[in-house]
Ligand binder design. Structure first.
Ligand SMILES: N[C@@H](CCC(=O)N[C@@H](CS)C(=O)NCC(=O)O)C(=O)O
Length: 212
């Protein structure tokens, strides 16, 4: 059985799980905390990051590499377009989501949910303020500018761009962050994306797994 090492509330683990579930591939989730110093985990993930994929004795870390590997090994319902310009666009959006958008969304999650609700640590309001004033608006403005009037982010079917964007906003939902109405295309896109069967199912499962 294919295994994913990580925890369900990690947005990068969620990216891999959404890919597996969208494609209908069975897997086991092996619980490992981020930055775990377990030697077996470090051998698979030298940077100490989750997720790690384990498949047929082969292991590989990093959600982007994992998702691309899964798309090659399980080509049904492809998530990387075959047309080069669309593939480049989808992987660029994945990169933007994994970096700038994630900084904003995961930062809010950490300060407003993880620390106060799961780790008994105080929220740093200065960090929250900086995210809301500076980091988030710039990220939202860019995503709004590339969001189509309707349909998926790139081309005519779900791609890694949708999966990478959705996992970010699934993260910021835990911090009760709502996209303001100044970003109407993104807001409409997210309403549809969050209602998608795979996405809604994943969020329900992770909440249940975490007892939330
Ligand atoms: N580029 C990596 C990022 C993964 C990542 O940052 N995972 C976080 C958890 S959400 C982690 O394991 N952090 C531990 C650390 O940075 O030490 C990917 O796409 O998988």
């Amino acid at each position: 059985m294919l295994k994913v090492h990580g925890v369900p509330l990690s947005p990068f683990v969620r990216k891999a799980l959404l890919t597996l579930e969208y494609k209908g591939i069975d897997y086991d989730l092996v619980p490992v905390m981020p930055a775990s110093d377990d030697p077996g985990f470090r051998a698979m993930s030298p940077l100490g990051k989750i997720p790690v994929l384990e498949h047929d004795g082969f292991t590989i870390p990093d959600s982007s590499i994992v998702c691309r590997y899964l798309d090659r090994v399980f080509p049904d319902k492809p998530i990387y377009p075959s047309y080069p310009a669309l593939e480049a666009k989808a992987t660029w959006i994945e990169e933007f989501a994994d970096t700038k958008l994630m900084e904003a969304c995961a930062g809010l999650f950490q300060q407003k949910f993880l620390f106060p609700k799961l780790m008994n640590k105080p929220t740093d309001e200065a960090i929250v303020d900086n995210i809301l004033r500076n980091v988030m608006p710039a990220a939202l403005a860019y995503v709004e500018s590339i969001t189509p009037e309707s349909g998926p982010m790139v081309g005519d079917h779900i791609t890694i761009a949708d999966i990478a964007i959705v996992t970010c906003f699934a993260q910021s939902q835990y911090a009760d962050f709502e996209v303001p109405s100044d970003y109407p295309r993104l807001k409409a896109y997210l309403a549809g994306a969050m209602a998608n069967e795979t996405v809604a199912g994943r969020i329900t499962s992770e909440r249940k797994q975490m007892g939330l």
